[in-house]
Design a protein around this ligand. Structure first.
Ligand SMILES: O=C(O)CCC(=O)C(=O)O
Length: 304
């Protein structure tokens, strides 16, 4: 990476949210300009602990013989794997790439071997469901102007100590494409996210340049297709989004973002949600598909 790891690097301003999910005009202006917004006070400690406990229990029950779960964003090899492809309406664990040796044996304790759990925690697990459909999130979506918001995807991302893998520069709209574009990411820091343990980085303002690529299914294969006149990501302009536990980072679907490997001895747990507009077209060749028995649900704010 060519960007600096300096502690003096430019930082985005941070904002606070009302108890009912409202944003100040300054926060909304900052969101529109940067394509991301850092809110410092979203989750209290009780909510964070509850989510972490629920994730730990999923991992404890995970059948370790499932060696198909190796996950790497470097090669997209995982995408060819049916285990990943059919996880859009399931709760599945994916290994860190360096958690297993060539024979598929664990190199780290099981509880430190999982890269992430995805992709329908919000609809299939009561703890994640309660958190994800809380009225404050629905109100937030309304504040951001997402028409008829629906929760499409959820992930619990561990960024394990020592082996937490890099997530390369990408735009969420490449993976969760809608027409017109509508995907918006919500990234909840369940632990402090720092330069040392692999915090997010972003290219503020570069959400206005359009989508560079699209990940789609062609003849039964998932491929990354370059879109016409692809914009370059100015990766050297990357800004680290170091945030304390409890923060929420909102990410525009066209905002390039990234996270470095975690070589520290501290994990960096996060829970993420991706919402789309129910009025946008969601193509059948997107990687993430759901069975008819699990339709997308509306996020409805409680009216006062
Ligand atoms: O948590 C991370 O390290 C990356 C998450 C991310 O890029 C995403 O959810 O789109």
């Amino acid at each position: 990476m060519s960007h600096t790891n300096s502690k003096d690097a430019f930082r985005l301003p941070t904002f606070r949210i009302d108890s009912d999910g409202g944003l100040s005009p300054e926060a909304l202006r900052s969101w529109q300009g940067a394509g991301c917004l850092v809110i410092e006070n979203f989750c209290d400690e009780r909510a964070r602990r509850e989510l972490i406990r629920a994730a730990d229990s999923i991992v404890a029950q995970f059948d370790m013989t499932d060696r198909d779960a190796i996950f790497s964003t470097q090669t997209h090899e995982h995408a060819r794997n049916k285990y990943f492809e059919t996880s859009g309406d399931k709760i599945r664990c994916f290994f860190e790439e360096n958690a297993l040796n060539q024979n598929g044996n664990l190199l780290v304790p099981k509880e430190q071997s999982i890269n992430k759990i995805g992709h329908a925690l919000h609809d299939l697990h009561p703890v994640f469901e309660r958190f994800s459909y809380q009225p404050r999130i629905a109100r937030l979506m309304q504040e951001l102007g997402i028409d008829d918001p629906r929760l499409l995807q959820s992930m619990f991302i561990f960024k394990q100590p020592g082996i937490g893998g890099e997530v390369n520069w990408h735009q969420d709209g490449s993976f969760l494409y809608t027409s017109p574009p509508s995907v918006t990411g919500l990234w909840f820091a369940l632990e402090d996210a720092t330069l040392e343990n692999g915090c997010l980085w972003a290219l503020p303002g570069q959400h206005t340049r359009g989508l560079r690529s699209r990940f789609l299914r062609v003849n039964g294969e998932l491929i990354m297709e370059q879109l016409s006149a692809p914009p370059n990501f100015d990766e050297d302009q990357g800004v680290p989004l170091e945030v304390p536990a409890g923060s929420l980072i909102i990410i525009h679907g066209a905002l390039p973002h990234y996270s470095a490997p975690n070589r520290s001895q501290k994990s960096r747990y996060a829970y993420t949600l991706h919402a789309i507009s129910g009025t946008a077209v969601y193509p059948e060749d997107n990687w993430l598909q759901r069975g008819q028995d699990l339709p997308l649900r509306r996020l409805t704010p409680i009216s006062h």
